[in-house]
Write a protein that binds this ligand. Structure first.
Ligand code: ADP
Ligand code: MG
Length: 394
């Protein structure tokens, strides 16, 4: 599955058409969190420093196939210029003569950002004509947009069918693949995965795929209550997906002693920060709702994680956004950091998990935090990405 990367191309004097993920938050015409732009900088610099004429494509938000100014990529282009400390050109269209003219006027080492691809409905439709028009803008295609790697759109997939020159991944996708693929398919053992978050239904395929690979799979978060229900235990008012209880029974059977469920639960009366709380041992009584794993579970999980050599984590173990229910998530984050310091490889997927780690101040302590929530989840499901299959192999 090793893909050719930008390191395998010679961009000098070439038009390099690159898909990036500049889907950043915009407020008052300015970029908020710019981490996605920052993540693309190594690939961008590599191309322009070697004399490539760089043309960047991205989407931003959900403009639903027609132009809307609040989703313009202009602020992202401006922010990129600040980060690169050089002028970045911008053209207020993704297609047509204006774009062709802008591309033709590029000098070696220049950067041009095209307008939001999703201003055209052909983008998400992976339209063939639109893809061909995009492909005509470049001599080389680079995909470095891991966040949309699980979506076959014109700028992530169709364009690569029609580009005549090399088609390769950027350093960000290369890095994501290296960590996710190695952790899942070539792990140093013991390999422990921790899954949490709001719903079992979001993560069924991940649970199934991981069960075939891990030594232990620890379940926390709201999804744990569907498993408790499957074991016939009372769950009070906790979130249970009734239509997934049978599936949870199957997963318990398949998982055997690999699957580790919580021993105790921190409960609240209501979903709010200042609600009365109690710790339920085993069964959750009527009138109470589970919001975090309890102290015995934290100990159990810690002991399994601390000696692991490969750790994959997706999904907070409780409602970490509220102080009384944050201990499970933050304790485990610390344990993963400690294990990483002792030589384990830790890979974090999922947007909320990444925010929890950031909130705990531990983002530097993990081996890899994936930049693509949905994409990393699909990768953990064991699905291949057509957007990557279509690119050149080493
Ligand atoms: P990720 O984005 O990391 O994949 P999810 O989106 O699946 O994670 O789930 C994150 C959300 O799950 C968090 O907002 C958290 O508050 C919620 N959550 C975790 N445990 C519980 C629980 N016991 N009850 C309700 N919500 C929970
Ligand atoms: Mg989420």
């Amino acid at each position: 599955m090793a893909k050719k990367t930008v390191a395998d191309i010679d961009p000098k004097g070439k038009r390099v058409l690159m898909r990036v993920d500049f889907n950043v938050p915009i407020a008052d015409g300015k970029v908020g969190d710019d981490k996605r732009i920052v993540a693309a900088i190594p690939t961008i610099k590599n191309i322009i420093e070697r004399g490539g004429k760089l043309i960047l494509m991205s989407h931003l938000g959900r403009p639903k196939g027609s132009p809307s100014p609040e989703f313009s990529l202009k602020p992202a282009a401006d922010r990129l210029g600040e980060l690169l400390e050089k002028p970045v050109k911008f053209v207020d269209d993704a297609m047509g003569d204006k774009v062709k003219t802008a591309v033709n006027s590029l000098n070696d080492g220049d950067v041009l950002v095209l307008e939001n691809m999703r201003f055209y409905k052909q983008e998400e439709a992976n339209d063939e004509t639109f893809s061909k028009q995009l492909a005509a803008l470049g001599d080389i295609y680079v995909n470095d947009a891991f966040g949309t790697a699980h979506r076959c759109h014109a700028s992530t997939h169709g364009v690569a069918r029609f580009i005549t020159g090399p088609k390769v991944v950027g350093f960000l996708i290369e890095k994501e693949l290296k960590y996710l693929d190695d952790a899942l398919n070539n792990p140093t053992r013991p390999f422990v995965a921790i899954l949490g978050g709001a719903k079992v239904s979001d993560k069924i395929e991940v649970i199934k795929n991981l069960l075939s690979k891990v030594d232990k799979l620890l379940i926390g978060g709201a999804m744990a209550y569907t498993f408790m229900k499957a074991q016939g235990k009372p769950t009070g008012n906790s979130l249970v997906e009734a239509d997934k209880v049978d599936l949870a029974k199957d997963l318990i059977k398949i998982g055997g002693d690999k699957l580790v469920l919580p021993l105790d639960t921190i409960c609240g009366k209501e979903f709010k920060e200042d609600t009365p709380t109690m710790t339920a041992e085993g069964n959750i009584p009527d009138g109470w709702e589970g919001f975090d794993i309890g102290p015995k579970t934290v100990e159990l999980f810690k002991n399994l994680v601390v000696n692991a050599k490969t750790i994959v984590w997706n999904g907070p173990l409780g409602v970490f956004e509220m102080k009384p229910f944050a201990n499970g998530t933050f304790s485990l984050a610390q344990t993963i950091a400690d294990a990483t310091a002792k030589g384990a490889v830790s890979v974090i997927g999922g947007g909320d998990s990444a925010s929890a780690i950031k909130k705990a101040g531990l983002n530097k302590a993990m081996t890899h935090i994936s930049t693509g929530g949905g994409a990393s989840l699909e990768f953990m499901e064991g699905k291949g990405f057509e957007t990557l299959d279509i690119l050149d192999n080493k």
